[in-house]
Every structure is written in C-alpha cells, then in structure tokens.
Design a protein around this ligand. Sequence first.
Ligand code: AMP
Length: 127
Amino acid sequence: MAVTGLPPYDDANVFARILRGEIPCKKVYEDEHALAFHDINPQSPVHVLVIPKGRYVSIADFSANASDAEVAGFWRAVGRVAKELGLEASGYRVLTNMGRDAHQEVPHFHVHIFGGRSLGRMLPRES
Ligand code: AMP
C-alpha cells in the first residue's frame, strides 16, 4: 500500500545500491532482515545506519507494510548492533527521519544510531 509524503520506492536510491553490492559500505552487521554500516558523514564518534533489506521508503511505509517477521527482525538488529558497538553502558540515540519536515535524504527506511559522546537533549532549538 502506498504511503503519503514520499514517492514510491526508487530502486536507484543509494541504500538499494549498497544492498545490491553496487557501491561499498563499511559494514558492521548483517542478517536476514537488516544491514548496518557506518554513516559516510558521521555526526558523532559512532554513527551507524541500520536498514531493512526490504523495499520500504520510510518508517511510515515499513510500519504499515512490512511483515511481523521483518519488523521484529529489523528492531532486534538495531538493539543488537548498538550492543555490539559497545554503546549500552554509556548510552546512545536512535533516530529516523521521515519526509520533508525531517529532511529525509535517502528514500529507503533507515535508523541512525548515534553514540560515543554526550549527545545533548533531543532537538536543536531551530534549524
Ligand atoms: P537521512 O537524512 O535520515 O535520510 O540520512 C541519510 C544519511 O545517509 C546521511 O546521514 C548520509 O550521510 C548517509 N549516507 C548517504 N550516502 C551514504 C553512503 N553511501 N554510505 C553511508 N552513508 C551514507
């Protein structure tokens, strides 16, 4: 089912190309449902992206249309990656951008895991 706010899935997006092995990534984790790799433009000492293997444009699309197994597999991978990165003791932030107001750049659902320093509270005052 289509979701509002973003165009349909585009197989030419950069994360689809990473999933197909057409461009490299610095992989930190992979399983049946998810791939995790370092962000190319890190915003914190640890900045990793976790993406599902399925063709979902955003969290809206993923939460509405992914199977229970895909949803469970993806979120278990997020927790596992953060743990394997050694972030549980100090803490970390998980963030996803959806659509225009959130400035989503890549139209393949992904979450950011930030850590490795104190991250401050929530959002900047304005942008
Ligand atoms: P968003 O605004 O949530 O869509 O964020 C997209 C993120 O993808 C940004 O933090 C980019 O730095 C990151 N990114 C874009 N291209 C690549 C790439 N080839 N490898 C790793 N990260 C990327």
